[in-house]
Write a protein that binds this ligand. Structure first.
Ligand SMILES: NC(=O)c1ccc[n+]([C@@H]2O[C@H](COP(=O)([O-])OP(=O)(O)OC[C@H]3O[C@@H](n4cnc5c(N)ncnc54)[C@H](O)[C@@H]3O)[C@@H](O)[C@H]2O)c1
Length: 318
């Protein structure tokens, strides 16, 4: 992939900001368009001195033009359950209107395009593990539908721009990813447990903790995006770590890594919470030669300093 100028929508968020680092590291110039709805300036302040980096604070649901770009990475969207429940309409808008604007940018400038989709497209899956060919089991009117259906629509618009306008698209179906720069109160499993363990609170488990998830460390995920970005695959590709853990096992690992003495507390399972989620990554392995390398315990250790600092900052009186 020859280096040029890349647009990252949502580049001030967790994944987008790591993608900024990776692309700048590969020699790209990067322009981020982000309205800071769920992202933070702090995620990108270390880049502001770099002349190849630009930040535009803007809602991509409004038309925008940042000038010629060679690659569009469309990452803007609330992503955690807390965020998309708090911003349901905005989630549907960015998945629809925002996606049109990101694709129009790629179309206008003849840029390549990669969108961050999600394992939520599979809903509460009846097939396990999930292959890209599985169409999903999604409740279109349930509480998670603002996110799930927005992302399914995002995929539909993306393939339509390929079919009708020949835009050079790629679709990453991302499974649970964790690491530094996550929000510690976004309701996702790893930051929840890390925050609770590091502040001596009980770790809350929804249901009996036997439901499983797979967790991918952020550097593995970014490596997958870059490989997909350089490929010619236009249909969805799962990028996630296939090693499954029960939520209870994850809680125990967090206690081990943090050395916390916190207890575990069980609370009722929310509606439509998927029982199992595990990517089949055969396609990514064969097509991209991609394989996650960092296991959960190592990833938690690599994230520990960040979470310690985030918890300390939260408890410091302003
Ligand atoms: N983190 C994961 O485990 C995961 C899993 C599956 C899919 N994804 C997808 O990856 C992408 C990034 O997720 P993340 O975890 O970094 O979330 P995040 O909330 O940290 O980042 C999303 C960014 O998008 C920005 N944004 C939201 N609406 C916007 C709008 N209308 N205009 C401009 N900017 C807007 C936010 O301010 C934020 O900076 C999302 O599209 C998400 O659906 C993430």
């Amino acid at each position: 992939m020859s280096q040029g100028r890349a647009l990252i929508t949502g580049g001030a968020g967790f994944l987008g900001s790591h993608l900024c680092d990776a692309l700048l590291g590969e020699g790209w110039s990067v322009v981020v368009v982000d309205n800071l709805l769920t992202g933070r300036r702090a995620n990108i302040t270390h880049l502001t001195h770099d002349p190849r980096f630009e930040f535009v604070e803007k809602n991509i649901c409004q038309p925008f033009d940042v000038g010629k770009v060679d690659y569009v990475f469309h990452f803007a969207s609330p992503a955690s359950p807390e965020d998309y429940h708090a911003h349901g309409i905005e989630t549907l808008q960015v998945g629809s209107l925002g996606t049109f604007h990101a694709l129009e940018t790629a179309h206008k400038y003849g840029a390549k395009y990669l969108v961050s989709s999600t394992s939520e497209c599979y809903g509460d899956p009846l097939e396990h593990p999930q292959k890209e060919t599985y169409w999903g089991h999604v409740n279109p009117v349930g509480p998670r539908s603002v996110y799930d259906e927005a992302k399914r629509f995002t995929e539909a618009v993306t393939v339509a721009y390929r079919r009708y306008h020949n835009v050079d698209v790629r679709i990453a179906r991302i499974f649970n990813t964790y690491g530094p720069r996550m929000q510690i109160r976004d309701g996702r499993v790893v930051p929840n447990f890390m925050r609770q363990a590091l502040s001596g609170e009980e770790l809350t488990i929804y249901g009996d903790g036997s439901q499983t998830r797979s967790f991918c460390y952020v550097s593995d995920e970014i490596d997958g995006f870059l490989r997909l970005a350089k490929s010619d695959e236009h249909m969805p590709v799962n990028i996630g770590n296939p090693t499954e853990f029960s939520i209870l096992e994850c809680a125990k690992l967090v206690l081990k890594v943090t050395g916390s003495k916190s207890q575990i507390r069980y609370v009722p399972l929310p509606q439509d919470d998927p029982r199992q989620r595990q990517p089949d990554i055969t396609k990514a392995r064969q097509l991209l030669g991609w394989e996650p390398r960092i296991d959960l315990e190592k990833g938690l250790r690599l994230s520990l300093d960040f979470f310690k600092q985030a918890v300390a900052e939260e408890s410091t009186p302003k």
